[in-house]
Design a binder for this molecule. Sequence first.
Ligand SMILES: [Zn+2]
Length: 85
Amino acid sequence: MNEFSWALLKGLIPYFIVLLVVGIIGVILARLKYLAKTKINQKIASIKTDGGICPQCGGKLIMRNGKYGSFIGCSNFPKCRYTQK
Ligand SMILES: [Zn+2]
């Protein structure tokens, strides 16, 4: 009886390994997906809010697109023309 169950277990080991590997890969992929998503979200959030505060009027500094590319400018434009390079 003991011999039999050991043989059965031995036969099942490859399936366990496959399940384990598939499970681990699934977890890693999910984790990577989650990390990539949060990183992108953080980047978007930092672009939107990382400009800080305008030293001239206290308004928010935001990303703007101008003639020569994107730059950080005051959200109170055109009242305030402060820009950051
Ligand atoms: Zn300003």
